[in-house]
Write a protein that binds this ligand. Structure first.
Ligand code: FAD
Ligand code: HEM
Length: 315
C-alpha cells in the first residue's frame, strides 16, 4: 500500500503484479520481444503456408500434369503465386477478426448473460484481433502494391474486354507456311473489372482507416463509440467490399466450377469461405428481436435474474 501511495505521489499509476515471487517475471518484461504478436504471427503464417501449398498444387503440379509440360509455370511462384496467396491470407485473416466476436455473441445469447467467462481459446482469439488486423493490413498493402504493377489484360484477362484474335498465314520459307494466331489485347475493363478494381481500392482505404484508428495516439482522441464505429462497422464494410472484389474478379467461375482435374475449388472460391461463414453467422444477429436482446445482455441484463442487472456500464 505504501509503495502504491509513493508511486502515486510521484505522478505514476501503480499496477499490482503480485507478490515477491513475481519479481523475476517483472524483471524479464523489458527483455521480452513483442509477446502479444507471437501467436497471431504464427496463426497467419500457418494460414499462409496452408494456402501456399494449395496454390502450388493447383498452379504448378496440377497444371503441369494437365499440360504434360513440366517446364511451365515455375517462374510464377515468386510473384503471381505469392500475390494470390497473400490476397487470400489477408481476406481469411480479416474474416478471422470478426468471427470470434460472432461466436462470443452466440455464447452470450445462449447463456443469457455477459457476466460469464468465455472459453480460454475464445478469450485468446478475441484478444489477438488487433494484431491479426494489423498483420492483415500489411498483407493487403503488399497485395495492392504488387497488383497495381501487375494487372494487365495478359495477366488478369477475366476483368478486361475480350481481345481480338487474328489468324495469319506466316511464310516460313519458299515451301512452308504456318497459321499463327495473333492476339490484340483490349486495355479496357469490362463492367466486372470496373467493380473489381474499385471494390479493392475502397477496401484498402477502409482498412487503412482501421489501421490508423488503432494507433494509440489516435485511439486516445476517439470516444468509445467512434472507435467501435470504425473498428466494427467500417471493418464489416471493408470485409464485404473485399469479398465483392474477389467475387467480381472471378464472376463466371464462382459457382459450379472446379480446378485441378475437377477436384479442388479455385483460389477466388476458397478465398470466400471464412467471409461467407462470418456473414452467415452475422445475419441472424441483425434481426431486430435478436439484436435488441443481445444489446440488452450487453447492457447488463441477465436472463433468470429478477431485474436488469446494474453491475456496470456497457463495455
Ligand atoms: C487494420 C485493422 C486494425 C485493427 N485494430 C484493432 C484494434 O486496435 N483493437 C481491436 O480490438 N481490434 C482491432 N482490429 C480487429 C477488429 O476490427 C475489431 O476487433 C472489431 O472491433 C471487431 O468488431 P466486432 O463487431 O466483431 O466485435 P466487437 O464489437 O468488439 O464485439 C465482439 C464481441 O464482444 C462482445 N461485446 C461487445 N460489446 C459488449 C458489451 N458491451 N458487453 C459485453 N460484451 C460485449 C460481444 O460478444 C461481441 O460479439 C483491427 C482490424 C483491422 C483490419
Ligand atoms: C487497390 C487495391 C487492390 C488492387 C489493385 C487489387 C488487385 C487485385 C488483382 C489484380 C487480383 C488478381 C490477381 C491474380 O489473379 O493473379 C486480385 C485478386 C484478389 N484480391 Fe485484390 N486488390 C486490391 C485490394 C485487395 C484487398 C484489400 C483485398 C482483401 C484482403 C484483396 C483480396 C483479393 C483476393 C482474395 C483475390 C483473389 C486471389 C486469387 O486470384 O485467388 N484485394 N486483386
Amino acid at each position: 500500500m505504501k509503495v502504491s501511495e509513493m508511486v502515486r505521489a510521484m505522478g505514476f499509476h501503480p499496477v499490482d503484479w503480485g507478490n515477491l515471487a513475481a519479481s523475476r517475471d517483472i524483471e524479464d518484461v523489458p527483455l521480452r520481444l513483442m509477446p502479444s504478436w507471437k501467436r497471431p504471427v504464427a496463426v497467419v503464417f500457418g494460414i499462409f503456408v496452408f494456402l501456399w501449398i494449395l496454390a502450388f498444387f493447383s498452379f504448378q503440379i496440377c497444371r503441369n500434369i494437365q499440360s504434360g509440360q513440366w517446364d511451365e509455370n515455375w517462374k510464377r511462384i515468386p510473384l503471381t503465386n505469392f500475390n494470390r496467396v497473400i490476397a487470400i491470407t489477408a481476406l481469411w485473416t480479416l474474416a478471422f477478426c470478426y468471427i470470434p466476436g460472432l461466436i462470443a455473441a452466440y455464447i452470450q445469447l445462449w447463456r443469457g448473460t455477459k457476466y460469464s467467462r468465455f472459453p480460454k481459446w475464445l478469450d485468446d482469439w478475441l484478444k489477438m484481433r488487433k494484431q491479426l488486423g494489423l498483420i492483415m493490413l500489411g498483407l493487403a498493402g503488399i497485395h495492392a502494391c504488387i497488383s497495381v504493377a501487375y494487372i494487365t489484360p495478359q495477366t488478369t484477362g477475366w476483368v478486361y474486354e475480350e481481345p481480338t484474335r487474328f489468324q495469319a498465314e506466316v511464310v516460313v520459307d519458299a515451301n512452308t507456311t504456318t497459321t499463327n494466331t495473333l492476339t490484340i489485347y483490349n486495355n479496357e475493363f469490362n463492367w466486372r473489372g470496373e467493380f473489381f478494381l474499385s471494390m479493392g481500392a475502397i477496401a484498402t482505404c477502409l482498412l487503412v482507416v482501421l489501421g490508423i484508428s488503432s494507433l494509440p495516439s489516435v485511439t486516445a482522441t476517439l470516444s468509445w463509440r467512434e472507435f467501435t464505429f470504425i473498428q466494427s462497422k467500417l471493418g464489416w464494410v471493408a470485409l464485404i467490399t473485399a469479398a465483392c472484389h474477389d467475387v467480381f474478379l472471378a464472376w463466371h467461375y464462382m459457382f459450379l466450377y472446379w480446378g485441378c482435374f475437377r477436384t479442388l475449388p479455385i483460389g477466388p472460391q476458397y478465398a470466400l469461405y471464412p467471409p461467407f461463414i462470418a456473414v452467415i453467422m452475422k445475419l441472424p444477429l441483425l434481426l431486430p428481436p435478436v439484436d435488441n436482446y443481445l444489446q440488452k445482455i450487453r447492457r447488463g441484463y441477465e436472463r433468470g435474474s429478477q431485474s436488469e442487472s446494474k453491475k456496470g456500464n456497457p463495455l
